[in-house]
Design a protein around this ligand. Structure first.
Ligand code: SF4
Length: 332
């Protein structure tokens, strides 16, 4: 698979401003690309530092790291938003995946024959293939709906926000997710409540994610019911800048207190089962940082609720119907 970095904008920016030090932030899979970019920049006399910490999304800009090492600019590779929620130094560098969707779309056209209107959505690295994919589906006789919404581009979803798809849900019979991310496809299904198919261009496979989505939903629901009996809660504040949702923390904490539950605030950057096991005296955790941590099949020993699950818990404690709490345009 060929990943291409759109470096033209970066180089133009370098021409425009005289930069001394640049911090490069990238997800693990693109660190090698980050290294290549570092060499290009160093040849132009820019000092480069690559962030060696995990980066999972556009929520994790590492502006604080840039501040600490006095970098003038952050080149954030592989994630992107239409409306930048980027801090003052961040510059998104698009990483385009060259993989073709033609064959898997041809397969999907057969499998999806019972639907006439489909919504097409994908993640950042395939966005440049969307127009081509749309034209192909139309050639096979489908009506295709693609929206933008919130801070996301036309046809884009991220792991915690689905506004463009959510806005289109009443105008389509099914959603098509272009890409290999099981989690994003399931999240699209759970957020919209519509039949959703994942089109994996690498394996050329079309998967109806209904069973998987049902499984994720049951586990999310079960965690909420388990947390109902907990007395002592650890409430985790995410330290990555886009994950620091203090307003939720406050509201959730007050809600728990109202029902006689005690809670302690914990600040964390990396939320893992191993770290949480250290806090053995809590019965359950709530983390307002990243819904994927709680929903994406991670096996924690105790309930670890994401924000929508935490509000569902408060409703449950109030004796209200908790409904379909993941059916929502956003999970943060
Ligand atoms: S799903 Fe998690 S990692 Fe991805 S953008 Fe949202 S908060 Fe960040």
């Amino acid at each position: 698979v060929l990943i291409r970095l759109d470096t033209s904008r970066v180089l133009a920016e370098l021409e425009r401003r005289s930069l001394k030090t640049v911090l490069i932030v990238a997800p693990d899979g693109l660190l090698k690309k980050a290294n290549e970019l570092a060499s290009t920049l160093e040849a132009r006399n820019v000092e480069v530092v690559i962030s060696g910490e995990a980066c999972y999304g556009a929520c994790d800009l590492k502006e604080d790291v840039a501040e600490a090492i006095k970098a003038d600019m952050i080149l954030h590779i592989g994630h992107g938003l239409r409306v930048s929620r980027a801090g003052k130094r961040t510059f998104f560098v698009v990483a385009e995946d060259d993989v073709e969707f033609n064959k898997v779309i041809e397969k999907a056209a057969q499998i999806l024959r019972q639907f006439s209107r489909v919504g097409l959505y994908t993640i950042t690295q395939h966005l440049h293939k969307l127009a081509e994919a749309k034209a192909l589906f139309e050639k096979y006789g489908f009506k295709v709906k693609i929206n933008d919404g919130g801070k996301l581009s036309h046809g884009q979803i991220i792991g915690c926000e689905f506004q463009p798809a959510y806005a289109a849900k009443d105008d389509v019979d099914a959603f098509v997710f272009l890409g290999q991310s099981r989690f994003h496809a399931v999240a699209l299904a759970l957020s919209t409540g519509k039949p959703t198919y994942m089109l994996d261009p690498y394996l050329e496979e079309v998967t109806d994610v209904a069973t998987l989505a049902e499984d994720f939903w049951r586990r999310s629901l079960l965690a909420v019911y388990k947390a109902r009996d907990a007395e002592r809660f650890g409430i985790i504040i995410g330290l990555r800048e886009g994950q620091m949702k203090l307003h939720h923390v406050e509201r959730i904490r007050e809600g728990l207190a109202k029902h006689g539950k005690s809670s302690t605030l914990i600040a964390m950057r990396d939320i893992s089962a191993e770290r949480l096991n250290t806090f053995s005296w809590f019965d359950a955790f709530i983390q307002t940082a990243c819904p994927r941590i709680s929903i994406d099949g991670t096996c924690f020993d105790k309930p670890v609720l994401s924000t929508p699950q935490a509000y569902a818990l408060l409703n449950l404690l109030e004796g209200k119907d908790i409904g379909n709490f993941l059916r929502s345009p956003t999970w943060i």
